[in-house]
Design a binder for this molecule. Structure first.
Ligand code: ATP
Ligand code: MG
Length: 186
């Protein structure tokens, strides 16, 4: 219950544009290493193989580090949760046009094509029965979507039921100022 209330507060603050923006420039590899370490505990709990693939040195990125951390945590938690124990979760990144492209893939249950367009809606969960043991509220990806929007970026999903899912998005290059987006939207 506390989780739901706090997620709803986060969402409404993102919607009301009342959230303070803390834009920083930082190293993507150090940022991803930290998240990898944090999420390794959860991977271990599920006996997942958790791998990371990215160069140690990539161009700096810019954005609200704490909110971007939330994006990665929400997507990685889903990957861990919607993959049967003993699966494989991968966190990859590489320099790309406009910044650093990040990809999180899993070998989990996948998402039927008809559900993909609605994934980022608040409270949307695929076939409640299917994921009832996983016990979420359907707010994680709604939060992800708003944070990515505020960084003026897109997020894409590729999924095959029974095979797995990948989420891909770009972290803005330090030269690509999001100040405009933050002032316009935040
Ligand atoms: P919450 O994140 O609020 O605890 P949740 O995980 O159910 O709850 P979202 O993170 O918004 O909510 O995800 C929405 C739905 O999308 C999930 O209920 C699940 O059905 C599906 N989903 C998300 N990520 C994956 C994934 N990696 N593999 C399979 N299904 C997924
Ligand atoms: Mg979730």
């Amino acid at each position: 219950m506390t989780r739901i209330v706090s997620d709803l507060l986060v969402l409404s603050r993102l919607d009301n544009k009342r959230i303070a923006w803390k834009v920083e420039t930082f190293s993507p590899a150090a940022f991803l290493d930290h998240l990898y370490d944090v999420m390794s505990v959860e991977a271990k709990n599920h006996s997942h193989e958790f791998t990371r693939k990215y160069p140690a040195v990539m161009p700096d990125i810019t954005g609200d580090r704490e909110k971007l951390q939330q994006v990665l945590i929400n997507i990685l938690s889903n990957a861990m949760k919607y993959t049967p124990d003993g699966g494989h979760i991968d966190l990859s990144a590489a320099p790309a046009a406009g910044g650093v492209a990040v990809r999180i893939s899993d070998t989990g249950i996948g998402i039927p094509a008809e559900d993909v367009p609605r994934l980022f809606e608040r409270f949307y969960r695929v076939e409640k029965a299917r994921t009832s043991d996983a016990g979420g509220t359907g707010l994680g990806l709604a939060i992800v979507k708003r944070i990515i929007d505020q960084h003026d970026q897109d997020i894409t999903v590729e999924s095959e039921p029974g095979k797995g899912t990948s989420f891909t998005f770009t972290l803005n290059a330090a030269e690509r100022s999001v100040k405009g987006a933050a002032q316009k939207k935040a």
